[in-house]
Design a protein around this ligand. Structure first.
Ligand SMILES: [Mn+2]
Length: 467
């Protein structure tokens, strides 16, 4: 948690950005895994609740009454039974005081507050809910059916929250640097353990353990797979084979729930083959190109397209693509190799604020998403960069057998893709390199003091010296 004044200031700013009415920010509840009292662990608070109310306890709701300039934390104090099982904790009143909130009330009183606001026809602002228990709570409090709640969520509140959470404060950047340190340990652990004969699951589990040992948890389910071409390939029981590549996409959350998100791709044998190096060097060049062009005022959509063009140029040199580069990118031909976007916002959520609607976070009136074209429709962040934004830089090249077969059968983009040569890459897998960048005054920089090795020579040297 940051100091009290941080939360006082953030709520004051939020009040100034939303015209009138009351704002309800729902905290999360414990979530059952396989029976009611066996929850997913550790408890994860809602990030917007954390941002404005800072309290990492389940069962709390924060209410900001804009018209009457008052703030209340609703929640139930624990009883002696809870103390027996979980130990003593602060009262809701003491918790609220820690973040500068004067009023508290038991959860049942929230119904009266809502009834009163509804009776007076005041505006009630809430964010789109994503957990089912919160949807039921909103149904109970406001009478809005769960299927209508996304629509009923306050666009004014969403825009205010996005505008604030997008620009990271200095203390948030320091937290992200801490997350990057844990991320470094996770990825170098994966590099140390990657070798023929061990299972993906073993490496993945060790990587997760690092996140849990030094922070709160992983920032998303770890991807570690010899099948890098499967975007969300979670570790399986398959045994690592010499000659293949292992792709590791993993990140940590600090104790204060700030994230890291990096990807490295390494040769299981410790040495890249010539064919792997050819593809790897393209991804590396694309990754590094972002560092040169990302800066305040530039649209991330344009950075994405610049990377797609560079990738197409280089794939043409290898003979995998052909034709005019601009036409190929306009047609979306590059998506055969890069079917996802260049990156996303990152902060307390690894896909920061994604629950508020990707279009609301990554796009604006000026920059609209392209929802039609395969590949381009997966870009999560397109709008102009500002100082203080944190985004990921994660180009990749993948050889997806089913996608190759489908495009080939349809003749899709056949003027830009050499399907005969592509056929010989079906056993390749995929390569992604990902780092997190902070937009600075006049450019950008990596987050994290130590670079996880990514130049091929550095990856090989690290693996040879640390196994
Ligand atoms: Mn990412």
């Amino acid at each position: 948690m940051f100091d009290k004044q941080t939360y006082v200031n953030r709520r004051a700013r939020l009040r100034s950005l939303v015209n009138d009415g009351i704002i309800i920010i729902f905290g999360n509840n414990e979530s059952p895994c396989n029976y009611p009292s066996n929850g997913y662990y550790p408890f994860r608070q809602d990030s917007s609740f954390l941002y404005y109310f800072g309290l990492n306890r389940d069962g709390l709701v924060g209410v900001i009454d804009i018209d009457n300039n008052s703030e209340t934390v609703f929640g139930n104090d624990i009883d002696i039974e809870d103390i027996v099982w979980y130990g003593s904790v602060d009262s809701v009143h003491d918790l609220a005081a820690q973040v500068g909130v004067e009023h508290t009330a038991p959860m049942r009183a929230l119904k009266n507050t809502c009834n009163e606001a509804l009776r007076q026809k005041r505006r009630i602002h809430f964010l789109p809910p994503y957990r089912h228990d919160i949807k039921i709570q909103i149904f109970d409090l406001l009478g809005i059916h769960p299927v209508q709640q996304k629509e009923a969520a306050s666009m004014e509140l969403i825009k205010a929250v996005v505008s604030m959470r997008s620009v990271k404060e200095q203390q948030e950047i320091e937290e992200l640097e801490r997350a990057a340190e844990i991320g470094y340990l996770m990825h170098t652990t994966a590099m140390r353990l990657t070798r023929p004969g061990v299972t993906e699951k073993f490496v993945g589990g060790q990587v997760d353990g690092i996140a849990h040992s030094y922070g709160a948890m992983t920032s998303f389910p770890t991807i570690y797979s010899q099948h890098g071409e499967i975007m969300h390939g979670n570790p399986s029981m398959s045994v690592l084979q010499a000659g293949r590549l292992a792709l590791c996409d993993a990140g940590a959350e600090t104790i204060n729930n700030y994230c890291s998100d990096n990807t490295r791709t390494m040769p299981v044998s410790g040495t890249f083959t010539q064919r792997q190096l050819e593809i790897y060097s393209i991804v590396e060049a694309c990754h590094d190109h972002v560092l040169e062009v990302a800066k305040p005022g530039v649209k991330y959509f344009d950075v994405h397209l610049a990377v797609c063009r560079l990738m197409t140029e280089r794939l043409k040199e290898l003979g995998l693509m052909k034709g005019d580069t601009d036409e190929a990118v306009a047609a979306g031909a590059h998506a055969m190799f890069l079917p996802h976007g260049l990156g996303h916002m990152m902060g307390m959520d690894v896909h920061d604020m994604e629950g508020l609607g990707q279009t609301n976070v990554g796009f604006d009136e000026e920059t609209r998403p392209n929802l039609e074209q395969f590949g381009t429709n997966a870009l999560r962040m397109g709008r102009r960069l500002q100082k203080g934004f944190v985004v990921t830089d994660e180009p990749g090249i993948y050889f997806i057998p089913a996608l190759i077969d489908e495009w080939k059968a349809d003749g899709h983009c056949k003027e830009f893709i050499n399907f005969d040569l592509l056929e010989t890459y079906k056993d390749f897998g995929g390569i992604r390199i990902e780092d997190d960048i902070l937009i600075t005054e006049d450019g950008c920089r990596f987050i994290g003091e130590k670079r996880i090795p990514y130049h091929p020579k550095d990856v090989e040297a690290f693996m040879q010296n640390n196994q």
